[in-house]
Write a protein that binds this ligand. Structure first.
Ligand code: SAH
Ligand code: SF4
Ligand code: F3S
Length: 440
């Protein structure tokens, strides 16, 4: 029997899908690239914002057609959306055609539930938070090509007041350094040149292990150093870091690691101290500026990107302007910008002074206008420079060209043959756009 997986959400979810594919293949199912050909359809979901959820429910709704055409098809819905307290109601309203609903702690059970569903069990829902038998080693079928994603921790303890992740992914659990390194070595042996270390807050890696009595448990810097020491690994990235736990000393340590130091993603969320407090972020703009200044002092060529939310409850025009000023001061290479979306069960959703949607949209527009100017100027500074590009594959927009990334994680469109894929090549930058560079 064949399965098809549709993934929504972040890199964490993309990697979960690689694991789900691995678990299904181990159980004897074959992957297929087309929904229509599949006997099992798996939807891996995200609920970070309402817009994401609406899109996913639309997709799931359309699967009624697949069921109509092929009544025996099994539809399984997994991932963050299923772990919300509102899932029961949503299923009643939109999900009668779903066969299996599995929460984020039970994904490894999918084969067992497929067997039951095929035997005619009726709708199965398992969103239990009991993860005592969640295995540390699961087979992953990597689809990332040149980059291997490796979890260093699961869950999150931060409870930023807007965010649903701690509720749907549970408390932070660090994997053992041995398990992490075994996976990195395996990926390197398979030819991967780049490692992406995954965790909701990679900087607090190991805290839980130390609390549990493993006093010599490594910290995040130790994980980075160990990953860089694996032969064949040319680049190491991580996602995401938290400015509260990102010390200036960590910047000093990273600045000694050539595989890591050229790119930082450091989510700021807001450049206004009042808003940062209400978000429960645990740092202020002075602390953030200290980290950024240290990065630029130690590695002047490093690129820094960020995440920003506009329209958080209580954000006034004055607060938003303060945020824009701070963002202008930081001169980020790029910012991923979001309109605040109330998530049921989070403290911010209950706060008075929710900002009207029209105001949020106008603020997003002002922020992207500012950031696009900065991004373009930063990219234009690359023109004439020679950079080392790790080539990923054919360009999506023009398959005659290739796409790859600089050490600073900028996308580069370049000329060249397929033999360059998964190689590092030096090119001169000839053009710059807001979101990418060109070497043509
Ligand atoms: N743990 C990571 C990633 C969290 S999700 C981190 O802390 O950076 C990725 C981004 O989505 C966040 O950085 C935040 O900017 C945004 N986000 C999270 N919850 C949101 C919400 N309720 N509304 C709008 N954006 C949100
Ligand atoms: Fe959400 Fe904050 Fe945890 Fe990131 S650090 S996942 S924004 S609670
Ligand atoms: Fe990721 Fe979305 Fe879950 S951003 S952690 S898939 S809610």
């Amino acid at each position: 029997m064949k399965f098809y997986i549709k993934t929504f959400g972040c890199q964490m979810n993309e990697h979960d899908s690689e694991i789900i594919a691995g678990v299904l293949q181990q159980a004897g199912y074959q992957p297929c690239g087309e929904l229509d050909a599949a006997d099992i359809i798996v939807v891996n979901t995200c609920c970070i914002r309402e817009s994401a959820e609406n899109k996913i429910w639309g997709y799931i709704g359309n699967l009624k057609n697949a069921k109509y055409k092929k009544p025996g098809v099994i539809i399984a819905v997994l991932g963050c959306m299923t772990q919300q307290t509102t899932i029961g109601d949503a299923l009643k309203r939109y999900g009668s055609h779903i066969d299996i609903v599995l929460g984020t702690y039970q994904q490894h059970r999918l084969p067992e539930y497929i067997t039951r569903a095929l035997a005619g069990s009726g709708q199965i829902v398992d969103i239990s938070e009991d993860n005592r038998d969640f295995p540390d080693e699961l087979p992953a079928v990597r689809v990332g090509g040149v980059t291997a994603q490796v979890n260093i921790s699961y869950g999150c303890n931060n409870f930023c007041s807007y965010c649903i992740v701690p509720y749907v992914r549970g408390r932070e659990r660090s994997r053992s350094l041995n398990a992490i390194l075994a996976e990195i070595r395996e990926a390197a042996a398979a030819g991967c040149k780049e490692i992406m270390l995954l965790g909701q807050n990679v900087n607090s890696y190991g805290k839980d292990l130390r609390k549990a009595g493993q006093t010599d448990a490594p910290d995040f810097a130790a994980v980075l150093k160990a990953a860089c020491a694996v032969p064949g690994i040319e680049r190491v990235r991580y996602m995401s870091s938290h400015p509260r736990d990102f010390s200036p000393e960590l910047v000093d340590e990273i600045s000694l690691l050539p595989q890591v130091r050229a790119y930082y993603h450091l989510p700021l969320q807001s450049g206004c101290n009042k808003t940062l407090r209400a978000m429960n972020r645990g740092y202020d703009t002075a602390r953030y500026a200290e980290i950024i200044d240290r990065i630029r002092a130690k590695t002047p060529a490093a690129a820094v990107t960020t995440d920003i939310i506009v329209g958080f409850p209580g954000e006034t025009e004055e607060d938003f302007r303060a945020s824009l000023d701070f963002i202008a001061r930081c001169r980020f290479d790029a910012a991923y910008t979001f309109i605040y979306s109330p998530r049921s069960g989070t403290p911010a959703a209950k706060m008075a002074e929710q900002v009207p949607l029209a105001v949020k949209k106008a603020r997003l527009q002002r922020l992207t206008t500012l950031q696009n100017q900065i991004s373009l100027a930063k990219n234009q500074a690359y023109i004439g420079q020679t950079v080392r590009v790790l080539v990923e594959g054919p360009s999506k927009n023009n398959p005659e060209l290739l796409t790859g990334r600089t050490e600073s994680n900028k996308i580069v469109i370049l000329r060249g043959g397929a033999e360059l894929i998964n190689q590092i090549t030096a090119v001169e930058i000839t053009g710059a756009k807001t979101w990418h560079l060109e070497a043509l």
